[in-house]
Design a protein around this ligand. Structure first.
Ligand SMILES: Cc1cc2nc3c(=O)[nH]c(=O)nc-3n(C[C@H](O)[C@H](O)[C@H](O)COP(=O)(O)OP(=O)(O)OC[C@H]3O[C@@H](n4cnc5c(N)ncnc54)[C@H](O)[C@@H]3O)c2cc1C
Ligand SMILES: *[C@@H]1O[C@H](CO)[C@@H](O)[C@H](O)[C@H]1NC(C)=O
Ligand SMILES: *[C@@H]1O[C@H](CO)[C@@H](O)[C@H](O)[C@H]1NC(C)=O
Ligand SMILES: *[C@@H]1O[C@H](CO)[C@@H](O)[C@H](O)[C@H]1NC(C)=O
Ligand SMILES: *[C@@H]1O[C@H](CO)[C@@H](O)[C@H](O)[C@H]1NC(C)=O
Ligand SMILES: *[C@@H]1O[C@H](CO)[C@@H](O)[C@H](O)[C@H]1NC(C)=O
Ligand SMILES: *[C@@H]1O[C@H](CO)[C@@H](O)[C@H](O)[C@H]1NC(C)=O
Length: 529
């Protein structure tokens, strides 16, 4: 009887909404719709937060990682659905669509521009962090990982199951599988194994009608699109089926640090020539960062070289002595360890830190405000160019860069194998990252970020100046929350996807022709001519 009433009410709600044709946001109907669509065994009320709930703010901020955008009092935010069951995801999609409410899908909440938790029109945050199961199949070297799992959880589960399997993905253990993988998934196994998306073989996706697509029911074109095109333009990813990769029992890592006074510029110049040509087993990142910031007369730049080698220290030493003696690597700089322990090293944890830190989900994020930008470099940057960059860097209080080497299998995987196009011919990718503590420093930091981006222009990719989707940057083009201008979308889309944009737009037109899954940098539905 209750179900009957619910069904009738639901129909009334749906009909009244579709009657209107233009779906004017109807927040009350949206909330009512959610409650009526709820599956009695898994009531959505346990997952639904509105501003009235005492835990609303903590639920919001736990996964709003960039304080610049964190705004729990946002009156456009109708509700947070922190889904505990797949039916909650389905109900949220259907009810939001019928009631003109936008959806912002959030897994780990690391989006650099806050696009998983802000909008200028009425919206719901569909928060995936409670959907976090992981199952590992060692014999098939495969796993299913839910969107709300973190990389740290995934890495831990893999290491528990096998000492010689790993997954190619990012460095920060709190990244969410949902956003990170659908945006490419870049990490220190890239030269040997490519990106996360190169190892995704299936997924479970909630489409615009609220249906779950997987296996034979998940179109090959849709699976292609979510492997690097950004999930949120196409549907809600519930989970990924991934292939695990082989790693040896013993890896070697090191960290070597050179300041400008110690000749960092020359060493980094040489790094540009060799880092993308080293054996695929060796990933050697250079991180220019500020040093001695507290003592103005001594403020300088230190370039920290971090490496990971899939093999023992003895072999690594031989390679380094032959190919890059300028770095002056010593045997005592090298540490041999298991793959799981390298994930701690990359986070700068001191030796001896228990691996359980990989499971931390800090509820109050570091609390920083930040801005990031990216570039691709195809020819070595001359020393004069590097010196110009150091001058600007020194004006920041807290800023670093990551120069991440390419080459290896990245030169071999075709540009259209996945939407992620930045493959062959790149020496390295740069990430610029500035962080600060209070809003009164935002303007100055953004100004300096623009300065550094301008000065780099002659040395990086052009026409278009490429950018990495996972390093979300609103400056490369963006639309208002509620309108997707195709011309503007082609501007940011071509920087993120180059020639793959066209196919992404066609897939979008096929699976979401009315552009429900839209946001400030989404893919517009454009049919092939
Ligand atoms: C400290 C830090 C370190 C980082 N390190 C790396 C790194 O090593 N390598 C790298 O590649 N990137 C890195 N990133 C960038 C990171 O990969 C992206 O920010 C990524 O989008 C984060 O995913 P998320 O789920 O945590 O973020 P969210 O903010 O939750 O999501 C990001 C985007 O994906 C969408 N999305 C999220 N979940 C889903 C889903 N289930 N279905 C559909 N769409 C979804 C969101 O709507 C949003 O558009 C780092 C970021 C930070 C802040
Ligand atoms: C939020 O408050 C409503 C109304 O009191 C309640 O039904 C719901 O269960 C609360 N949500 C959560 C997640 O506790
Ligand atoms: C949100 O509003 C509450 C109540 O008005 C206020 O105490 C709080 O400081 C506000 N939070 C933010 C982040 O603005
Ligand atoms: C690199 O060296 C500088 C200067 O000695 C020092 O301040 C900084 O902490 C070092 N960085 C790392 C990551 O070791
Ligand atoms: C990994 O780190 C843990 C904690 O520091 C340590 O106990 C363990 O011996 C390390 N294992 C390997 C193989 O490096
Ligand atoms: C910025 O705000 C912080 C915190 O309120 C304050 O301590 C600092 O002095 C301010 N800085 C400037 C330059 O106004
Ligand atoms: C969604 O439903 C509509 C109407 O039934 C249908 O035309 C469309 O093909 C469906 N979309 C998807 C992605 O299956």
């Amino acid at each position: 009887m209750r179900e009957m009433v619910s069904l009738i009410l639901l129909l009334v709600l749906l009909v009244s909404a579709s009657d209107a044709h233009v779906t004017k946001p109807n927040e009350e109907n949206f909330l009512r719709c959610l409650r009526y669509r709820t599956n009695p065994e898994n009531p959505i009320t346990a997952a639904l937060y509105t501003h009235d709930n005492s835990t609303f703010v903590s639920s919001y901020v736990s996964y709003a990682k960039n304080k610049r955008y964190s705004n729990p009092n946002d009156t456009k935010l109708v509700a947070i659905v922190a889904a505990k069951h797949e039916s909650h995801v389905q109900a949220t999609v259907v009810c939001a669509k019928f009631n003109g409410i936008q959806i912002r899908i959030r897994s780990g909440g690391h989006d650099y521009e806050g696009l998983s938790y802000i909008s200028s029109v009425p919206f719901v945050i569909l928060d995936m962090h409670d959907l976090r199961s992981i199952s590992i199949d060692v014999s098939r070297k495969q796993a299913w990982v839910d969107a709300g799992a973190t990389l740290g959880e995934l890495y831990t589960k893999i290491a528990e199951a096998s000492k010689t399997l790993a997954f190619a993905a990012g460095v920060c253990p709190t990244l969410g599988a949902g956003g990170h993988i659908s945006g490419g998934g870049y990490g220190n196994l890239i030269r040997k194994y490519g990106l996360s998306v190169d190892h995704v073989v299936d997924a479970r996706v909630v489409d615009v009608n609220g249906s779950i697509l997987t296996g034979a029911n998940l179109g090959k074109d849709l699976l292609w699109a979510i492997r690097g095109g950004g999930g949120a333009s196409f549907g809600v990813i519930l989970s990924w089926k991934i292939k695990l990769v082989d790693v040896p029992k013993t890896l070697t890592v090191f960290k070597v640090n050179k300041t400008l006074e110690q000749g960092a510029t020359d060493v980094l110049y040489k790094w540009q020539l060799v880092s993308s040509k080293l054996p695929h087993e060796l990933f050697l990142r250079a991180m220019p960062e500020l040093a001695n910031v507290a003592i103005p007369s001594k403020k300088t730049i230190a370039v920290v070289f971090y490496a990971q080698f899939l093999g023992p220290a003895r072999r690594l030493m031989a390679i380094m002595n032959k190919r890059f003696p300028e770095l002056g690597l010593k045997r005592e700089d090298c540490y041999e360890m298991s793959w799981i322990n390298t994930t701690l090293f990359w986070q700068n944890y001191p030796v001896g830190t228990p691996i359980s830190v990989l499971l931390d989900r800090p509820s109050n994020p570091a609390g920083a405000l930040f801005k990031s930008k990216s570039d691709y470099v195809k020819k070595p940057i001359p020393k004069e160019g590097m010196e110009k960059v150091w001058k600007i860097m020194l004006k920041f209080n807290n800023m670093f860069m990551q120069w991440n080497p390419y080459g290896g299998v990245m030169d071999k995987i075709p540009e259209n194998a996945t939407p992620f196009p930045h493959r062959k011919g790149n020496l390295f990718k740069i990430q610029y990252f500035a962080l600060w503590s209070y809003a009164n420093a935002t303007e100055a930091n953004l100004g300096l970020m623009n300065e550094i981006y301008d000065v780099m222009e002659p040395y990086v990719s052009s026409n278009p100046r490429e950018a990495f989707l996972n390093y979300r940057d609103m400056d490369v083009g963006n639309n208002p929350s509620d309108k997707t201008d195709v011309g503007e979308a082609k501007i940011y889309g071509s920087k993120y996807f180059l020639g793959n944009l066209k196919r992404l737009m066609e897939v979008k037109a096929k699976y979401d022709p009315e552009n429900f899954f839209r946001y400030e940098q989404s893919i517009p539905p454009v049919r092939a001519m």
